[in-house]
Ligand binder design. Structure first.
Ligand SMILES: Cc1ncc(COP(=O)(O)O)c(C=O)c1O
Length: 393
């Protein structure tokens, strides 16, 4: 028996690819990892206490969509953050981190055919890799749309031909963007919503970096929905406690959207989902209800942004990220730069092309490296200075 060809055709995932590039070379210094976007700031003190007081919950199967308390806490956060009113009963579902939801929601809502043809799913290029795999699994064709310096590092979906847009079922948009750090303005969201209304597709807003920002809280898709009065079924929002609360290991996030769309997502999840354990749902309830730890976390990222600005002051092509915790640094060739950096300094970064796809107009990630600002500050400083001196010296 054969394996499905549509998955076999996928490129190797970024991290095994990086290991294959670097691991048979010796590190040229004490290793500093700036590859994976795994937050290392402390999670709130009260996590242990909340977990301990809910241990009995491990004795029970957790509710698939999240407890009513958790969904109400998420609705409260969404109202405070975006001014949007969501019904916790019909519009919010707890998920095991946003990655699984970004995948499963596409399966749940993208139809087999649109306008009598195989559908398209819009994917910014470069991008968080699950979007393309979700499209392929949904039997849609991903359309990779450049999100480069020329377009403000966000995709210009409106520039696609009308006949392409008419076949679109889902458009992914990440803001703040991984890897580029660009933030979609309210106008950007409003224009995208108008495009979605015109061509009848859904926007999948990946907002898991929404609380990691430099100068002002990034506007969200739900905020644009409130402003525009567009059909609530147009927007599906994904967020998570991984970055906001430094709880990537808790595997807890949410997906929110219009009641009809959410009914489809929840239906599929009731068959294939692994609900978040009850003690972790209790932690999540508290986390979405508390802003103090988020503000403390933002202060730590502010120090890291300032450090990066200081180290790269005057470096050609350095653009401070507006949000998220990655630097997207221009180099001649990302793979060659990552290899040079590792063998000469021990600093490990990700070649941009591992996060992007070849298109007719080239590969928009090829001339970049992605640098995660997640290490403790002293280690981060050492790493950034070595990186600057090696690649921009
Ligand atoms: C852009 C983007 N979306 C989604 C995720 C998934 O995060 P989680 O599943 O931990 O919520 C990540 C994780 O790094 C990410 O970078």
């Amino acid at each position: 028996m054969k394996f499905p060809e549509r998955f076999a055709a996928l490129p190797e995932y970024a991290f095994p690819r990086l290991r294959a590039l670097l691991d048979h070379h010796e590190a040229g210094g004490e290793p500093v990892s700036m590859t994976i976007g795994e937050p290392t700031h402390p999670f709130p003190d009260w996590v242990a206490e909340v977990l301990a007081s809910h241990l009995a919950g491990f004795n029970r199967y957790p509710p698939n969509e999240g407890t009513p308390e958790l969904r109400t806490a998420v609705a409260g956060w969404v109202k405070r953050r975006y001014g949007a009113v969501l019904d916790p009963a019909t519009q919010i579902c707890n998920v095991n981190g946003s990655r699984e939801a970004l995948f499963n929601a596409c399966l749940a809502v993208s139809p087999e055919r649109k306008a009598g043809q195989r559908p398209f799913v819009l994917v910014p290029n470069p991008f968080y890799q699950v979007y393309a795999v979700a499209a392929v699994a949904s039997e849609a064709d991903p359309v990779y749309v450049p999100a480069t310096a020329a377009t403000g590092f966000l995709p210009d979906y409106a520039a696609l031909p009308a006949e392409t847009l008419d076949r679109v079922t889902v458009a992914y948009l990440c803001s703040p963007a991984n890897p580029q750090g660009a933030v979609a303005s309210l106008d950007y969201w409003l224009e995208l919503l108008a495009l979605a209304e015109k061509h009848d597709f859904k926007i999948f807003a990946d907002e898991c970096y929404s609380e990691i920002w430099r100068t002002a809280p990034p506007p969200g898709a739900l905020e644009a929905l409130v402003r525009s009065g567009a059909d609530p079924e147009r927007v599906v929002v994904f967020n998570s406690l991984s970055k906001r609360s430094n709880l990537p290991g808790a595997r807890s996030g949410f997906v929110a959207g219009g009641p009809e769309t959410m009914a489809r997502i929840k239906q599929l999840r009731s068959y294939n989902g692994a609900p978040v354990p009850l003690p972790l749902q209790a932690v999540s309830t508290r986390a979405w209800s508390d802003e103090t730890h988020v503000i403390a976390n933002q202060a730590l990222y502010a120090e890291k942004y300032a450090l990066a600005d200081e180290v790269f002051a005057g470096a050609q092509g350095y653009q401070p990220p507006e949000g998220g915790f990655f630097l997207w640094l221009p180099v001649e060739d990302g793979e060659a730069a990552a290899l040079k950096l590792w063998t000469q300094t021990g600093v490990r970064v990700l070649p941009g092309a591992y996060l992007s796809r070849d298109t007719d107009s080239g590969n928009p990630g090829k001339g970049y490296i992605r640098v995660a600002l997640v290490a403790p500050k002293d280690e981060l400083k050492r790493g950034l200075i070595r990186l600057r001196d090696c690649l921009y010296g």
